[in-house]
Design a protein around this ligand. Structure first.
Ligand SMILES: C[S@@+](CC[C@H](N)C(=O)[O-])C[C@H]1O[C@@H](n2cnc3c(N)ncnc32)[C@H](O)[C@@H]1O
Length: 322
């Protein structure tokens, strides 16, 4: 049922994804958003929106976690901006497993929005995010401002507006996802950057024949540290599907190339961290003392940022980097 954002029918939410087996997976949304909220509260990066989606945790997060999130947010943001500049914003961005991510609002503030920005997560997570958007004008105003006069499409698990759509769907159910993306007018002809920030149960195939894609995820999972990470995730009922492809940067790239991408790049987060602008690194490293540099290195060497491109040679899409 289509309703306006101002009068959405949140009461009609019957979630198809209340599967208790997915509870641990959905919990990663809470983890990621609380870690980001905490790091932002300490000044790691500027994000005036995250506080409207998630409360500040009483529990301190370790400095290595805060630095890890800083590197991740910075790396993905640079990659997205490189893509937007190359395409002069005539493109779409698809954020898979978006959780409480605030990139849409931050890009709008920088006047760097794509033609349309899509987010996908489990219906239960989307319902929660939509509720925050509905009750907080600071979040809803930017969406309404960019919309035309037509009523916004909103059914509690999905909101579709001119420049922003959020879709409740299970990423493992590709036909359902494709149908919902079509319903929200995703243009398969337009350049598309997919961001997949999943820790667990990754999909093994690209979901859409998009010209460019970024996949931050795990790597080096067959060493001792990687095995401990997998065991910890299992204890929380999170199985890392597709773990075979998480062996090395090479296997991550191979996964993309064997699925039809023309170029694939991958960098572990420690490498990415070491190439961040030095002034920014000095600034964030002065925020908190870290005595276990080795732990940060181990953690970061088990996450990577991968991206792949298809087409867009004339625009130089294959050269985009973080
Ligand atoms: C690690 S969190 C990252 C959240 C967000 N991208 C961020 O960086 O803050 C992974 C997200 O993927 C979502 N997710 C995992 N598996 C999914 C699936 N099969 N279908 C839809 N969403 C999924 C989770 O609910 C969660 O919000």
């Amino acid at each position: 049922m289509a309703t306006s954002l101002r009068t959405p029918s949140f009461s009609s939410c019957s979630s198809s994804s209340t599967d208790p087996d997915d509870e641990g997976v959905r919990g990663t949304c809470e983890d990621a958003s609380m870690c980001k909220r905490f790091a932002v509260s300490l000044g790691y990066w500027h994000d005036p929106y995250i506080q409207h989606f998630v409360r500040l945790s009483k529990e301190r997060k370790a400095p290595e976690i805060n630095r890890g999130y800083f590197a991740r947010v910075h790396g993905v943001s640079q990659l997205i901006k490189a893509f937007l500049r190359k395409t002069e914003c005539h493109c779409q961005i698809l954020n898979l497993g978006a959780g409480m991510d605030t990139t849409f609002w931050r890009l709008k503030d920088e006047d760097l929005l794509p033609s349309k920005y899509f987010e996908v997560d489990f219906p239960m997570i989307v319902t929660r995010k939509l509720h925050s958007i509905k009750v907080k004008p600071f979040l809803s105003q930017p969406i309404i401002e960019l919309h035309s006069e037509d009523p916004l499409q909103n059914d509690g698990h999905l909101l579709d507006s001119k420049r922003y759509a959020i879709i409740g769907a299970d990423l493992r159910d590709l036909p359902e996802l494709e149908e919902k993306l079509k319903k929200c007018n995703m243009n398969p002809q337009s350049f598309l950057l997919c961001c997949l920030i999943l820790h667990i149960r990754e999909t093994e195939k690209p979901l859409w024949p998009c010209p460019a894609s970024s996949f931050p995820s795990q790597v080096n999972m067959d060493d001792r540290f990687g095995q401990i990470m997998i065991e910890n995730l299992r204890r929380r009922q999170c199985d890392l599907a597709g773990v075979e492809t998480c062996k090395s940067l090479e296997s991550q790239k191979e996964r993309l190339l064997s699925n039809g991408w023309e170029t694939a790049s991958a960098v572990d987060m420690m490498e990415l961290y070491s190439r961040l602008p030095q002034a920014e690194v000095s600034r964030i490293e002065s925020l908190e003392f870290l005595d276990e540099m080795e732990l940060l290195e181990q953690l970061m060497q088990h996450y990577c940022l991968c991206w792949a491109t298809k087409g867009g040679h004339a625009l130089g899409l294959k050269e985009i980097t973080y």
